[in-house]
Design a protein around this ligand. Structure first.
Ligand code: ADP
Ligand code: MG
Length: 140
């Protein structure tokens, strides 16, 4: 296994409920290191671009609306097998189906407002990190 980087977002339901520190504690306890982090207000254009792959899905409008409804925390996480590891730590997309101890099981209230995003492949991790971070904003 190699050291990898993945892209994470703490979504508006997390900033709204002031639980970003609690989520970060789960991330760090899982052995992932937060090597880049910034709190931003995503624009509609940024959200549409980020979730472009879902633009034909019925929930796309709702998703963009939600992701721009308040601040988010964009992050770069680093660790062994970070991409798959973080997907595991996040839990299933629908919190009702997420395993005990996962972020979504612990904190999320619905399939839409599900607290966190994590890249699903090495290729997407690279693209997603590049959308929000410059190399000089990441330090390990
Ligand atoms: P994941 O974030 O687990 O990779 P997807 O890539 O399938 O999940 O979906 C992207 C995001 O779109 C989800 O995290 C969630 O916020 C939203 N979403 C997915 N499915 C639904 C749905 N059925 N209704 C509303 N929002 C959804
Ligand atoms: Mg996805």
């Amino acid at each position: 296994m190699a050291t990898e980087r993945t892209f994470s977002i703490l979504k508006p339901d997390a900033t709204k409920r002031n639980i970003t520190g609690a989520v970060n504690a789960v991330i760090e306890k899982a052995g992932l290191r937060i090597v880049g982090q910034r709190r931003i207000q995503m624009s509609k254009a940024q959200a549409e671009k980020f979730y472009e792959v879902h633009n034909a899905r019925p929930f796309f409008g709702e998703l963009v609306e939600f992701m721009t409804s308040g601040p988010v925390v964009v992050q770069v996480l680093e660790g062994e097998n970070a991409i798959a590891k973080y997907r595991e730590v996040m839990g299933a997309t629908n919190p009702a189906q997420a395993a005990e101890g996962t972020i979504r099981k612990t904190f999320s209230e619905s399939v839409g407002e599900n607290t966190v995003h994590g890249s699903d492949s090495a290729e997407n991790a690279k693209i997603e990190i590049a959308q929000f971070f410059q190399d000089s904003d990441i330090a390990d």
